[in-house]
Design a protein around this ligand. Structure first.
Ligand code: DGJ
Length: 722
C-alpha cells in the first residue's frame, strides 16, 4: 500500500505489518518521519512531530538545521555534518550537495535494474526524485512495498542532468533515520570456514561500520545488519534488518548523531570508489531489503526467507526439488581418475543419490592449485573418455551430472594466461598478490566475460550437464584494470561485479534447465545478489557437524534454508578433525539442500544402510526445507544445545533437528519449547511417541534428549486429526 496525502505532502508506505512515513517539509526536503508497526495516520501529530526536526524555510541559517533533520538521502557540505549518502564532485572540484524534493510518482510493480539483481515481480513502487541544489545531480529514490511482506526495498538512481561530467565518490543505495539509537547492532562476521557468525553490540555514539572492501561480499562480513531493540530475542521484541542485494564491496553504517537519532545507510563501499557520470548518464545503485519485525529476530528471518524465495530467486528454481548430490571434492581433492569417479558414481546410484558433481581438477593442467584455471578444456589424459564418459556413466546409472567451474579466475601457469596476461586484474611492473596461487580475471572487460561465456558454454554443450557449481576462491587486490582510463580506476570493483552478474545472467539464460549453485571458497559470497542467479549456495567449506550447525544458524538470520547447500562429510572432519556420528552429520545437513561430500566407496555396510535411510528421510521432509518456516529453538552459541525446527506454512507438519553440543552433568529436566506450531492443532511427535497440542508443545515443551556430545536427533511432527 502506498498513499500520498497531497495537502500535507506526506507519503505513507505500508507492508504486511509495518508503515514507513515520509513527508516533503516546508523547506522542500524529503524528511523521514516514521518506520515501525502499523499506525493510523494523524495529520496533526505528523506535523507537530516532524516540524520540530525540520529546517525553517525562511531562516537564513536554515541549512545548519539539516544536521538534525531525519533525511531520506544525506547531502554533504551544506550544514549536515553526518556521513552523506552520496558525494558528487563537480568539474571544478566543488562537492557540496543538498538534495531537495522535485517530484514523485507511484507505480505498480518493482523497478527492474538492468544488469543487476533485483526484485523480480509484484509490489507497488514510489519513486521520489530529488534535485541537488548545488550540482546537476538528480537522485531518484525507489521504494517498493508488498502487501504480503514486511520487506521494504529501496535503492537510488543518480542522474547527471547537466551538461558537464561529474564524479561520484559515494553512491549509497539507501538512508533511513530512526529517531533514537537505543539498539544493539547485529552483524554476521566470520572468516573462511567460519562464516556468518552473529554478533550484537550496543550502537553507542559515533559510527558503526560493517563492510567489505574485498571485491566480494565476503566471508568476513555479510552485507547485512539488524538493529535490535533492547531485550529483542528470537521470539519477542522489535528489530529492523538491512540487507543489500549485492555481491561486491559494500558498506553499511549506523551513525548516532549528536541528538541521538540514528542514520542507517548503505550500498557500494565508498572506500576507493568513484564513478564518472557524463551528461545524461545515470548510476543505478543496488537494492537494499529493509525488514521490520515486531516478533523478534525469528520473525525477521522468516520475512527475509519468504522475500528471497518469493521475490528474488528465479521462480522456476526457488521451490524446485533440489537434487541430492554427491560431490567428489573431499573424497578425492585433485587426485582422481575415471575409475575412481566411476566407483563413486556406482555407489551413489546404489544409495539413491540423484546427482554426481565433479569438482575442481577436470580441466587443463590441474593436479593441484598451482595451475590450469582459465583453461576450460577437459583433460582427457586425466579423465579417459573426457566428460562425455563421466556424463554417460552417470546417465547409465540413473544419475544426473554436475560440474565445477571457477569462471572468474586465471592461473599464471595456464594457456589462457600465456596468451592473454592482460586478462588478469593488476598493473604491469607490480608483482601481484597471489591467493591460492591464482589471479582474478578482469571482468570489467566485456571481451574477457565473453571469452569465459564461450568456453563455459562449449563445455556445457559438450555433454549432458544439468548442474553447475560456480566457485570463486580469492578476493581482489591491485584494483587496477589495464582497460580502464586513469579517471575510471575507482569503478573497477563495481564494474567487476557487474561483469560477474552479466556472465551469470547470460549463462543462466542460455542454459535454463541447468541448476546453478553458487560458491566462493565456501560461503564467501553468500548474499541476495548471488541468490538472484543461483538458488542455492555452498554455505561453508567447514562441513564439521558442530561448526556447521553454528554457521547454518547464523546464515538463517536472513536467508532461507533452501539456499544453504549442506553436505555430509567424512570423519575425522577435514577442517576440524572432530569426530561426530554419521547420524549427526546427516541431521545437521538435512536442514538445507542436502548432499554428500565424502568417498562413498569407503562406507561400511552399516553406514551404507544409514545413508540410504538418510536419503529416504530427507526426501520425506524436503518440502519443509523448500517451503517451510524456520524457527531457531536453541542457540548453539550460548547453550548446550543446537536446535532448529522447519514448520510447514499450513502448520500441519514440522521437522525438528537438534544437536547436543556440550554435555553437563545432572541436566535431567531440560526442556525445549517447540515453536511455530498451531496452538489449536493436535500433533504427534513420532520419535517421542507423544501427542500434544501446539499450545502444549510450546508451553510445556518436551524433554531434551540426554546424548553424548555431538549426538543429534530428528523429530517428525505431524498433525493428528482429532
Ligand atoms: C572451494 C570450494 O568451497 C570447495 O567446495 C571446492 O570446490 C574447492 N574450492 C575446489 O577448489
Amino acid at each position: 500500500m502506498i498513499k500520498y496525502e497531497r495537502k500535507a505532502r506526506v507519503f505513507i508506505l505500508g507492508g504486511k505489518s509495518f508503515d514507513y512515513v515520509m513527508r516533503v517539509n516546508a523547506a522542500g526536503y524529503l524528511q523521514f518521519v516514521y518506520y515501525g508497526a502499523k499506525i493510523d495516520y494523524s495529520p496533526s501529530l505528523t506535523a507537530a512531530y516532524a516540524d520540530t526536526l525540520a529546517p525553517k524555510p525562511d531562516d537564513f541559517n536554515m541549512n545548519m538545521a539539516l544536521d538534525c533533520m531525519p533525511s531520506e538521502y544525506g547531502g554533504f557540505g551544506r550544514g549536515d555534518f553526518r556521513a552523506p549518502s552520496a558525494v558528487v564532485v563537480q568539474k571544478d572540484g566543488f562537492c557540496a550537495s543538498e538534495f531537495a524534493y522535485a517530484s514523485h510518482e507511484i507505480k505498480d510493480g518493482a523497478p527492474a535494474l538492468d544488469g543487476m539483481p533485483h526484485v523480480r515481480r509484484g509490489g507497488k513502487t514510489l519513486s521520489v526524485t530529488l534535485k541537488d541544489k548545488t550540482s546537476d545531480a538528480e537522485i531518484t529514490l525507489n521504494y517498493t512495498v508488498f502487501d504480503d511482506s514486511d520487506i521494504l526495498v529501496k535503492n537510488a538512481v543518480i542522474k547527471n542532468a547537466g551538461a558537464d561530467a561529474f564524479e561520484l565518490r559515494k553512491a549509497f543505495s539507501f538512508c533511513t533515520e530512526l529517531p533514537d539509537s537505543a539498539f544493539d547492532i547485529m552483524r554476521l562476521h566470520g572468516r573462511w570456514a567460519n562464516e556468518r557468525i552473529p554478533e550484537a553490540t550496543p550502537i553507542g555514539h559515533g559510527t558503526v561500520r560493517v563492510e567489505s572492501a574485498r571485491g566480494a561480499s565476503s566471508h568476513q562480513m555479510n552485507p547485512f545488519v539488524a538493529l535490535l531493540r533492547k531485550g529483542c530475542s528470537e521470539e519477542l521484541g522489535e528489530c529492523y534488518g538491512f540487507n543489500l542485494i549485492y555481491s561486491g564491496s559494500f558498506a553499511i553504517t549506523a551513525e548516532a548523531g549528536q541528538y541521538g537519532a540514528l542514520r542507517v545507510q548503505g550500498g557500494i563501499n565508498d572506500f576507493g570508489f568513484s564513478w564518472r557520470l557524463r551528461a545524461g548518464e545515470s548510476f543505478v545503485t543496488p537494492q537494499a531489503a529493509l525488514a521490520y519485525s515486531a516478533g523478534g529476530l525469528g520473525q525477521m528471518s522468516r520475512e527475509y526467507a519468504d522475500f528471497f524465495r518469493n521475490y528474488v530467486i528465479d521462480p522456476k528454481k526457488a521451490f524446485a526439488p533440489r537434487p541430492i548430490v554427491v560431490n567428489n571434492w573431499e573424497a578425492t581433492y585433485f587426485d582422481f581418475d575415471r575409475d575412481k569417479l566411476f566407483a563413486i558414481i556406482d555407489e551413489a546410484a546404489a544409495l539413491g543419490i540423484d546427482t554426481f558433481v565433479l569438482d575442481d581438477g577436470w580441466f587443463g593442467k590441474r593436479d593441484d592449485d598451482l595451475s590450469g584455471l582459465g583453461d576450460w578444456f577437459v583433460n582427457d589424459k586425466k579423465l579417459r573418455g573426457g566428460l562425455k564418459a563421466v556424463a554417460a556413466h552417470c546417465a547409465q546409472k540413473g544419475l544426473t551430472f554436475g560440474l565445477w567451474f571457477e569462471p572468474e579466475m586465471i592461473s599464471e601457469d595456464s594457456d589462457l594466461f600465456r596468451a592473454h596476461p592482460d586478462y588478469a586484474i593488476g598493473k604491469d611492473g607490480v608483482t601481484p598478490c597471489r591467493s591460492r596461487n591464482q589471479l582474478v580475471l578482469d571482468f570489467t572487460r566485456p571481451d574477457v566475460v565473453d571469452y569465459v561465456f564461450e568456453r563455459v558454454s562449449a563445455v556445457l554443450r559438450s555433454c549432458d550437464i544439468s548442474y553447475v557449481k560456480w566457485d570463486m576462491n580469492r578476493n581482489i587486490t591491485e584494483f587496477f584494470s589495464r582497460a580502464l582510463p586513469a579517471d575510471r580506476q575507482g569503478e573497477l570493483a563495481h564494474r567487476y561485479i557487474l561483469g560477474v552478474y552479466g556472465l551469470a545472467e547470460k549463462l543462466t539464460a542460455a542454459f535454463p534447465d541447468v541448476f546453478f549453485e553458487g560458491c566462493a571458497g565456501g560461503g564467501g559470497r553468500f548474499d541476495g545478489g548471488m541468490l538472484y542467479y543461483f538458488p542455492q549456495i555452498w554455505t561453508s567449506d567447514d562441513t564439521d557437524a558442530f561448526e556447521r550447525a553454528k554457521i547454518q544458524w547464523g546464515t538463517s538470520t536472513c536467508y532461507p534454508a533452501s539456499a544453504m547447500s549442506c553436505h555430509v562429510s567424512a570423519c575425522p572432519n577435514h577442517q576440524t578433525q572432530r569426530i561426530t556420528p554419521l547420524s549427526t552429520r546427516g541431521a545437521v545437513a538435512s536442514l538445507g539442500a542436502f548432499g554428500y561430500e565424502l568417498d562413498l566407496t569407503k562406507l561400511t555396510d552399516g553406514e551404507r544402510d544409514e545413508v540410504r535411510a538418510q536419503i529416504r528421510d530427507y526426501k520425506s521432509i524436503s518440502e519443509l526445507v523448500l517451503r517451510g518456516d524456520t524457527y531457531r529453538l536453541s542457540n548453539p552459541f550460548d547453550g548446550d544445545y543446537f536446535c532448529v525446527a522447519l514448520v510447514s506454512k499450513d502448520k500441519t507438519a514440522a521437522y525438528v533437528v537438534g544437536e547436543r553440543v556440550h554435555g553437563v552433568p545432572c541436566d535431567y529436566n531440560r526442556t525445549l519449547k517447540i515453536r511455530g506450531l498451531d496452538p489449536d492443532k493436535l500433533y504427534e511427535v513420532e520419535e517421542l511417541g507423544v501427542t500434544a497440542s501446539g499450545r502444549t508443545l510450546d508451553g510445556m515443551g518436551v524433554l531434551l534428549p540426554r546424548l553424548p556430545d555431538f549426538g543429534a536427533w530428528a523429530w517428525h511432527i505431524t498433525e493428528k486429526k482429532k
